[in-house]
Ligand binder design. Structure first.
Ligand code: C2O
Ligand code: CU
Length: 502
């Protein structure tokens, strides 16, 4: 195993990824940032210089457990949306083979892109009246999109403000050699959107999902939610005299009138990379047809020979009911009537240094007291939701089951899609279903199981940036006493200043 060093300069710069100029956060002058390449067992050292001037910076290594395809992104306020993200590729140790073959490997990150700043959006979300972020202006494929500048509400006199001939927003081109097989490592860091992804005329075989090998499934369209990564294999076997479209479309929300599809070019070598494909881009899936989306999730199974069997039973069952509430007139998301807020002092330091007063010490409920009779189809009418920074404390090495229950939002017949993401653990998905989970009659088939074997404090949250900002998350703690001495470099926030040794 070796050591790989990266040096990153993070700062704000004007960028035009979809032709519209806006302030974006860059790493070494780019958004998306550099790809981290490492072999399993390597130590990766990233030396980050925060040049954001007035902002803190937290980088989250989204799901690093074994070889596979992962992400990193900002995890402070809504910074991820401003462009701080990139891919991580963990290679197998020498001499270990993958269960499939391909000739070349490419990473593609998908994102949605807003012209409003994250500050404007955050202010709207925490205002009365509430101002929703609405649909994104563009979809980016590998950091590139195209906004139709003629749609600008207030045209600018600055010729660089929106310019469709700016090379920064020329579509991403993936050049491929006919006859070869490519592994596309596709990930999504969207702020809001669930996406469909297609390579025109080419089937895709899903072989990896979130860093785990899966039984191959052939699809024409890949559904991907924020925070997910997939590897698909595509064979370059179509008519070679032309180029093809790579497309991404919003599903799950009606963005047909607001957000055009993201487009990139699959360039068959030796055709000119800028030659526009002669056909129209393939249409995306119907946005409100949930059946094919559920079918993909259900079809994904661990690959034979790579199956890790879950513990047969759990020690604790936590039923998390997601609701949208009003708290003191503010629109919030809540879990078991608790809307999550972050304390000023980081949990890990607070727990290690016994600072009991810096966050609420009463754990949130494992289940809403009236869950059994709770009607998920009614529009929420509760005034008893509270904001809290309390956490769930788990017994170290215990097995925990989580049931995620959706309910109507404050609009009738609308429950939304929430891509939940668990820090620090792999988990087993043991079941899915529609309607209400029957806790009494179906305890043997819990949706999600994990083992609390990673000492620390871990977030579990909806990966939709604005939902998490509005309180849709919880925090788990386990084995914090096993975490070694905290480095003094991480001290400084809230009441930890006192622990900053010179
Ligand atoms: Cu990729 Cu806490 O998120
Ligand atoms: Cu959500």
């Amino acid at each position: 195993a070796g050591v790989r060093c990266y040096k990153w300069d993070v700062k704000y710069e004007f960028k035009s990824p979809d032709c519209y100029k806006k302030l974006a956060i860059t790493i070494n002058r780019k958004t998306s940032g550099p790809t981290i390449l490492a072999r399993q067992g390597d130590t990766v050292i990233v030396e980050v210089t925060n040049g954001l001037v007035t902002e803190n910076l937290v980088i989250h290594w989204h799901r690093i457990r074994q070889p596979g395809t992962y992400l990193y992104h900002a995890h402070y306020g809504m910074q991820r949306e401003a462009g701080l993200y990139g891919s991580i590729r963990v290679l197998l140790p020498d001499g270990v083979a993958e269960p499939f073959t391909y000739d070349y490997d490419r990473s593609i990150i998908l994102n949605d892109w807003y012209h409003a700043s994250t500050y404007e959006q955050a202010a709207g979300l925490s205002s009365i009246p509430f101002v929703w972020v609405e649909e994104p202006q563009s979809l980016l494929i590998q950091g590139k999109g195209k906004f139709d500048c003629s749609k600008l509400a207030t045209p600018s006199s600055d010729p660089t403000a929106c310019n469709t001939t700016n090379p920064e927003c020329s579509p991403y081109v993936m050049t491929v050699v006919p006859g070869k097989t490519y592994r596309l490592r596709i990930s999504s860091v969207t702020a809001l959107s669930a996406l469909g992804f297609q390579t025109e005329g080419h089937n895709m075989t899903i072989v990896e999902a979130d860093g785990h090998y899966v039984e191959p499934i052939v699809v024409q369209n890949l559904f991907i939610y924020s925070g997910e990564t997939y590897s698909v294999l595509i064979k370059i076997d179509q008519e070679p005299s032309r180029n093809y479209w790579i497309t991404t479309n919003i599903v799950g929300r009606d963005a047909t009138a607001t957000t055009p599809p993201g487009l990139a070019i699959l360039n068959y070598y030796p055709n000119h990379p800028k030659r526009v494909p002669p056909t129209d881009p393939p249409a995306g899936p119907i946005w409100n047809d949930t059946a094919p989306r559920l079918a993909q999730s259900v079809a994904i199974k661990a690959r034979q020979g790579y199956v890790h069997t879950p513990p047969p039973k759990s020690d604790r069952v936590i039923v998390l009911l997601n609701t949208q509430n009003k708290i003191d007139g503010y629109t919030r998301w809540s879990v078991n009537n608790v809307s999550f807020t972050l304390p000023h002092t980081p949990y890990l330091t607070a727990l290690k240094e016994n600072l009991h007063h810096v966050f609420d010490q009463h754990p949130p409920p494992d289940r809403l007291h009236d869950f059994a009779t709770y009607d998920i189809y009614r529009v929420v009418n509760n005034t008893n939701a509270t904001s809290s920074n309390a956490i769930y404390r788990l017994k170290f090495n215990s097995t925990v089951d989580i049931i995620l229950q959706n309910a109507n939002t404050m609009t009738v017949n609308n429950s939304e899609t929430h891509p939940w993401h668990l820090h620090g653990h792999d988990f087993w998905v043991l079941g899915y279903g529609t309607g209400k989970f029957d806790a009494e009659n179906d305890p043997k088939n819990p949706p999600l199981r994990f083992v609390a074997d990673n000492p620390g404090v871990w977030a579990f949250h909806c990966h939709i940036e604005s939902h998490f900002y509005m309180g849709m998350g919880v925090v788990f703690e386990e084995g914090v006493e096993k975490v070694g001495k905290l480095p003094s470099e991480i001290m400084g926030c809230g009441e930890t200043k006192a622990f900053k040794r010179p």
